[in-house]
Write a protein that binds this ligand. Structure first.
Ligand code: APR
Length: 320
């Protein structure tokens, strides 16, 4: 039987997710939005491309949670995107309220689903989604690391004039200005960035500028678009996670996963490499970090903690 993926939020990312999932025939798609017409319109539009593109999945648009019942995967983008000049953190109050409604809807209709959260500020919203829904921590995960890594890879590919597929990298920490790209765990055509700096193939300054641009990757796009934030790359990253779960690929993917002692942290979500298979997050992979990387990771974790404290002030229920 074909799997079922429900997309909570049928905006820019939700619509792009629906299109990607359909063309890949990964699952039947339910597009859910409080703005019902948007969900229905996009579902119908994509469905009308099936004969041209030759794919065969069911697409439904709705504003009723019953239609999302027994989903295998739920991808959450419901929320308000950042506006120019707005930090991810400004979004917190508005998006917490929305996420509470969404979590209750999911808990009632698809308690066994694998839930991927994309709504910002990511690390805190995913934590709230897990708490509000009561779903197991292994079944609730945030999408950030794949996107951050793919931005880093893209900028490096431009610099080294080589396709992104020749670059391996990893980005740790929270999704935001404190994210931690790891040059020691990054290779271009098999050579580490450290080695490439030593060989003068790239200057330290240039590399730092690329890392900085990666950290601000989302803001750069917001500035161009003026209305709304990035959606093609975030949607592609969400699909990769859904696919690893549905097809039990057990890929190691950087994502916002629940830490229970890994890397020395407990009881919070942060960007780490995690194995995603049919059980959800099957394992958080602990890579060896250098002192400086550990320090940066801690700074990033502290930023997430601080924002979560702010969330608890808005809704004290989150402290339970
Ligand atoms: N339930 C379901 N959908 C909701 C709710 C709700 N309670 N509240 C708002 N929405 C819907 C909006 O109607 C809108 O269609 O969420 C959708 C969000 O879509 P966009 O505004 O187009 O935002 P998008 O670009 O898709 O980004 C969504 O992902 O990357 C993050 O920062 C981004 O938090 C934002 C999220």
């Amino acid at each position: 039987m074909r799997k079922k993926i429900s997309l909570i939020g049928a905006g820019q990312i939700g619509g792009t997710l629906a299109h990607l999932i359909s063309t890949e025939e990964l699952a039947d798609v339910v597009l859910f939005d409080v703005v019902e017409g948007m969900a229905k319109g996009k579902a119908l539009d994509i469905a009308q491309s099936t004969s041209v593109d030759g794919f065969d999945v069911n697409l439904v648009g709705t504003s009723n949670y019953d239609d999302t019942k027994n989903s295998d995967v739920i991808i959450v983008t419901a929320g308000v995107p950042r506006k120019p000049g707005m930090s991810r953190d400004d979004l917190l109050g508005i998006n917490l309220k929305i996420i509470k409604q969404v979590a209750e809807g999911i808990a009632k209709t698809s308690p066994n689903a694998f839930v991927i959260c994309i709504t910002n500020p990511l690390d805190v919203i995913v934590m709230a989604l897990q708490k509000y829904s009561g779903l197991p921590t292994s079944k609730v995960v945030g999408m950030a690391g794949i996107l951050d890594s793919s931005r880093f890879k893209y900028f490096l590919s431009q610099e080294f004039k080589t396709p992104t597929k020749n670059i391996n990298t990893l980005v740790l920490g929270g999704h935001g200005d404190t994210m931690v790209p790891l040059p020691n765990h990054t290779t271009v055509n098999g050579k580490s960035l450290k080695q490439l700096v030593t060989e003068n193939k790239i200057t330290k300054e240039k590399l730092d500028a690329i890392i900085n641009r990666t950290r601000k990757g989302g803001a750069e796009i917001i500035k161009f678009l003026e209305k709304g934030s990035a959606f093609y790359a975030p949607a592609a990253a969400g699909v990769e996670m859904a696919k690893s779960y549905i097809k039990n690929l057990k890929k190691t993917l950087p994502c916002a996963a629940y830490l229970n002692g890994e890397y020395g942290f407990k009881n919070l979500y942060a960007g780490v490499p995690a194995i995603i298979g049919s059980q959800g997050v099957e394992k958080v992979v602990e890579i060896k970090l250098e002192e400086k990387e550990k320090e940066n990771f801690k700074v990033s974790i502290n930023a997430v903690k601080e924002l979560f404290e702010a969330a608890i002030k808005i809704d004290p229920d989150l402290s339970n």
